[in-house]
Unconditional design. Sequence first.
Length: 546
Amino acid sequence: MSVPSSTARIGATAVLLTLAAGQFIMTLDSSVMNVSIATVANDVGTSVTGIQTAITLYTLVMASLMIIGGKIGAKIGFRRAFMLGCLIYGAGSLTTALAPNLTVLLIGWSLLEGIGATLILPSIVALIAVNFATAERPRAFGIVSAAGAIAVAAGPLIGGFMTTYFSWRWVFVGEVVGVIVIFLVARKLSEPERGESPPIDLVGAVLTAAGLGGAVFGVLKSAEWGWVRPKPDGASLLGISGTFWLIVGGLLVLWLMLQWELRLVNAGRVPLIDPAMFKNQRLTGGLLMFFLQFLIQAGVFFVIPLYLSIVLGLSALDTGIRLLPLSVALLIAALGVPRFFPNISPRLVVRLGVFGMLCGILLLLTHIDLDAGVEVVALPLLLLGAGIGALASQLGSVTVSSVPDSESAEVGGLQNTATNLGASLGTALAGSVMIAVLTSSLIGGINTDAAISNELASTASVELSGGVPFVSDDALEQGLDTAGITGSEAAAILDANRQARIDGLDAALALIALFAAVALFAAQRIQTYQPGASEADTGPGPQAAG
C-alpha cells in the first residue's frame, strides 16, 4: 500500500492538528472531571460513588472494545471510522452536558463517549501511517502522543477552572464544538482505496470484549473490593474477593479467545487478531512499553494531585496550575527529540525517558514529608514530563512501523488497549497500596499515642480495619467533632493521620518507582534504529521476529 503525500489533500500541519486535537479530547475526558466529582454528583442527584462508577465504565468500555474499533476502521475505512466516532462521541458529550440524572450521564459519558473513542483512537494511529511517510512518523506520533499526555495534566486545570467559574457542563459543550470542527476537517484527510475486506470475527470480538472487560473491571474495583481477601461490604465468592474472580475469569476468557483465533488461522479464515503478530519483537516491545508508561504515568497522576489538594490544601485550579511544568517539559521533549535528533536510537531515547521518570519519582519519594511544601514537586514534574515526552516521541512510530501499513488499525487497537490496561492497573495499584499503608500507619499511630485512650484506640482499630479514606485535615476534624471526639485525642488523631497520609503516598511512589525500574529492562526490546532507516545507520539492534 502506497503512502500518499502528507500534503496531497490537506496540509501536514492541519493533519497533525486534527489528529492531535482528537487525541487531546479523548484523553481529556479521563481526567477533566476528577477534581469536580462532588459538584457533578450534586448536580445530577447522585453520590460520589455514582460518578466514580461513570468514570470507571468509560474506561471499561474503551479497554474492552478498542481492538474491535480498530477492526471496524480497517473494514469501513480509517477516515470514515474516525468521523463516525466523532459523531458518536459528540452525541455522548451533548447528552452528558444536558444530563439531569445519573442514568443519562452513564449513557452519554460512559457508553456513547466510550464507543466513540474506540473508533477514533485506533483510526488516529492508522491515519498517521497513511498520511505520513515512515521517516516523518516519529515527529507525527510525538505531537499526537504529547497532545494526549498534556490532556492528562491539563484536565484538572480545565475542570477546576470551569467548575469554579462556570459549570462542569460547559466542558462537555466545549467537547461538542471541538469534535464538530474535527469532523469537518477530517473529511479532507487522505485515505487509500480499500479492497474487499473479510467479515469481522464476531466470536473473537465477543470473547475479547468479555475477557478484557471482566479483567479491567476487576482491577478497577480492587480498591473497593480488595484484591484477594474481600474488604467489608465488598463483593466476594467463597471467601475470595470479586476482584480476584473477575481477573481470573477475564484471563480465562482471553485464553479461550486466543484458542479460537488459532483455530481460525488453521482453518484459513481471518481472525480478529492474528496471533502471529505477537511474534514480532518490535511490536510486542512497543506494546509492553506503552503498558508500563501509562501504568507509571497514571500512578503518578493519582499521587501528586492527592498531595497537592489534600495534604497541602490547594484548590482544584491551583492543583492544575502546579502540574503545568510537566506539560511544558513533555511538549518540548516530544517535539524536540524528533526535530533535533532525527536519527537517534529509539532504544536510547526510551531508556533516557524512563530514567528521567524514575529520577522524578525518586525525588518525590525522598522529599515529600510532613514539613514539605508545594515546591518539592517542581523539579520532579519537569523530569517526569521530559521522560513522558521522550517516550511519546518514539513509541507510537516504533510500534506502528513494525507491521505493514495495512495492519496499522489493528496495531492502533492493541496500542490503545495496552495504554488503557496500564492506566487502569497503575491507578488501582497505587490506590490499593496507598490505602493499605495509610490504614496500617494510622491504626498503629492511634494505638501507640498516649494521648488516646485504650477504649478509643480499640474501637478505632476495629472500625478502620476495612480501609481509611485519604481525607484532608478539615474533613477529618469535622468527622471527629461529629463523633464527639475533641481536645487532645482529636489533635493526636489528626497528627497520626498527617503522618499516615505521607506513609501511604511514599508506599505508592515506591511501587511506581519499582515499575519504572522494570521498564528500564523492558526497553531492551525497543529497536536501535529509526523507522525507515536501515539498522546500519545507527548501529546494531534487534530485528523483528516473525
